[in-house]
Design a binder for this molecule. Structure first.
Ligand code: BDP
Length: 579
């Protein structure tokens, strides 16, 4: 379902519903305060907020302003994790599955302008084999040691199962709730539903507009950055021409943005876009015809207090730290991020590899789980939401699926998604899926993507602490990839590092080891022309579920969770100066 990002303009109005709502776990009687948007998990020291698996309820009053009489009005949820039921005065009016993409609920016919109603949002954070991301019910924790077969341990696990365990099959905390903004929005009754823009380097801009209503006339005007008209036309679809177009160039170039101003009846919508072309040619990735080298750490939406909650201050801070690092990109590991982040990256020239929430599919049984239709739906919704952003240069179908146990089944599954992504994206961006450290020589999926993205932990999870052996092994693998003649990005590599832990000898977990590890890996990467990118894991330390390998979360950040640079951040800042 496509839903345009809310806009306040001469035709459209909105009320932000952010603030303090009522909250309770479903079985509770009483309500307590909760901030929206934010994950609920860190807002209360009661352990239930961290550990709860089930349904929670959010409640508040909403009023449709009397001045909205005659308008179409709806609720717009930017994301509710992981699924939601929306109730108005106790009656269900909508339901949505998936925690990282927006949905709208029409209110006309349910409420009159000037009326007040009680809005309840039920959220469900349970994850299993039918959700994206994947969770395990009654199974071992990610990175847990389950000591199979020991009777006492088995008995303990049985007790856990009886109590109901719900664990992520992925390495980030299962933050949930109303994590992104909720707004009441009003548009004219005849309104613009969707806009697609496909710009070319010669200044041609192909467009199409989807509308609802009886009006015929659609006007499109393209404004340059100084708001001067650069082209204009009429009609539902067509091609406009901008003479002497300014291109959208990734940082440190100028990410020039145009605006398509669409008018339809009484409605108006302004869609920012950039003119840039993305192409894979041989082992090169070209942006506007020039080879592009990806260099920037992968991210998470994660911070103290907010959890995964949208925080514009955090986003601006993070992107400025990307500039400080001399980084030019990130991957939205492991789910689509809040729309505001893409808008910021459009403006700041930071390139994005946009990823679906298909993470945790590391069991070969995934190919019997009937996930394909839902996965396709999520992919389609992500592309529909993000396809006009110049910052998005590649789609990632998911992270680290098992592709080597059942190579043919895996190929079938991932290739139908690969083809769908190409079909669904009017800009036809390159498509990939991120490979885990596996039997690369026998799998078929990763090497068949437009760009090979692989996560590798030589010197960390394997050959731990021995960087000479790590380099030796990594070079053997890179020799194999060289023969595949594809562009390759090292899409994750890293070492857990406790900020402030030092050693004259660079041993694991010290800041010195993190630097030595990145020096060693960079040595291998720099020898290869087909390597077109490096994405250290991770930008900042982030929260995970508990486990024997996690000390207050994943510590592979170049920055601490509160965004203080470790030695490795300074090291990359120097390295990337010359990229
Ligand atoms: C990779 C996962 C990533 C983890 C990382 C790690 O893609 O989500 O956080 O390993 O272990 O396998 O640090």
């Amino acid at each position: 379902m496509s839903t345009l990002y809310p806009q306040n303009n001469a035709s459209r109005m909105m009320t932000d519903l952010g603030g303090i709502w009522d909250f309770r776990f479903q079985e509770d009687e009483s309500w307590q305060p909760i901030a929206v948007p934010a994950s609920y998990n860190d807002q209360n020291p009661d352990p239930r907020f961290r550990n709860y698996a089930g349904i929670t309820e959010y409640r508040r009053k909403i009023t449709v302003p009397a001045a909205w009489k005659g308008f179409r009005f709806c609720l717009r949820f930017d994301a509710v994790a992981h699924s939601a039921r929306i109730m108005l005065n106790g009656r269900e009016i909508a339901a949505h599955r998936g925690g990282f993409l927006p949905f709208e609920v029409e209110l006309n016919g349910l409420m009159e302008a000037g009326e007040t109603a009680e809005l309840t949002v039920e959220t469900d954070n349970r994850i299993n084999h039918n959700t994206l991301p994947i969770g395990t019910e009654g199974e071992t924790a990610f990175f847990g040691s389950d000591n199979p077969g020991i009777p006492a341990v088995e008995a303990g696990k049985k007790l856990q199962e009886e109590r109901g365990v719900n664990r992520p099959a992925f390495d980030f905390f299962n933050y949930t709730g109303i994590q992104r903004p909720v707004r009441l929005i009003a548009t004219p009754r005849s309104f613009i539903r969707d806009i697609t823009l496909v710009p070319s380097l010669n200044g041609d801009v192909r467009y199409s507009v989807e509308t609802a209503g009886p009006e015929d006339t659609i006007r499109v005007e393209i404004l340059d950055a100084e708001e001067r008209c650069a082209a204009q036309g009429e009609g539902r679809e067509g091609t406009l021409h901008i003479s002497q177009p300014c291109l959208w160039e990734p940082w440190p170039g100028i990410p020039y943005l145009y605006t398509a101003r669409i008018t339809y009846g009484e409605d108006l919508y302004e869609q920012a876009f950039g003119i840039r072309e993305v192409r894979v040619e041989g082992t090169r990735f070209l942006i506007n015809g020039k080879p592009f080298r990806f260099h920037g750490p992968c991210k998470h939406e994660d911070s103290p207090f907010h959890g995964r909650g949208t925080d514009p201050c955090l986003n601006v801070t993070d992107i400025n730290l990307y500039h400080w690092l001399n980084a030019n990109c990130f991957r939205t590991s492991h789910y689509p991020y809040a729309e505001e982040m893409y808008q910021l990256c459009d403006r700041e020239g930071i390139v994005i590899v946009d990823e679906t929430p298909a993470v945790g599919m590391w069991a070969s049984e995934q190919y019997g789980w009937n996930l394909a239709d839902y996965h396709l739906q999520v992919l389609a919704d992500m592309i529909a939401r993000d396809r006009n952003h110049p910052c998005v240069v590649m789609w990632s179908l998911g992270n680290e699926p098992d592709t080597d146990t059942l190579p043919d089944k895996a190929y079938e599954y991932w290739h139908s998604l690969y083809e769908a992504a190409h079909r669904l994206d009017p800009q036809d961006r390159p498509v990939t899926v991120v490979g885990c450290q596996n039997r690369y020589e026998r799998e078929k999926v990763i090497k068949s993507m437009d760009v090979v993205l692989i996560n590798r932990y030589y010197g960390w999870y394997n050959l731990s602490g021995d960087l000479e052996a790590a380099k030796y092994a990594f070079r053997i693998e890179l020799d194999w990839w060289a023969k595949q003649q594809k562009p390759l990005i090292l899409s994750e590599y890293g070492a857990d590092t406790i900020a402030g832990l030092h050693g004259a000898v660079a041993e694991m977990f010290t800041e010195e080891y993190q630097v030595a590890y990145y020096e060693a890996m960079s040595e291998c990467l720099d020898e290869r022309d087909f390597v077109i990118g490096e994405m250290p894991w991770n930008f900042a330390d982030f929260a995970t579920c508990q486990g024997p390998m996690r000390v207050g979360g994943n510590r592979k950040g170049l920055f601490t969770r509160d965004r203080r640079p470790k030695m490795a951040a300074h090291w990359f800042r120097e390295r990337w100066k010359t990229f």
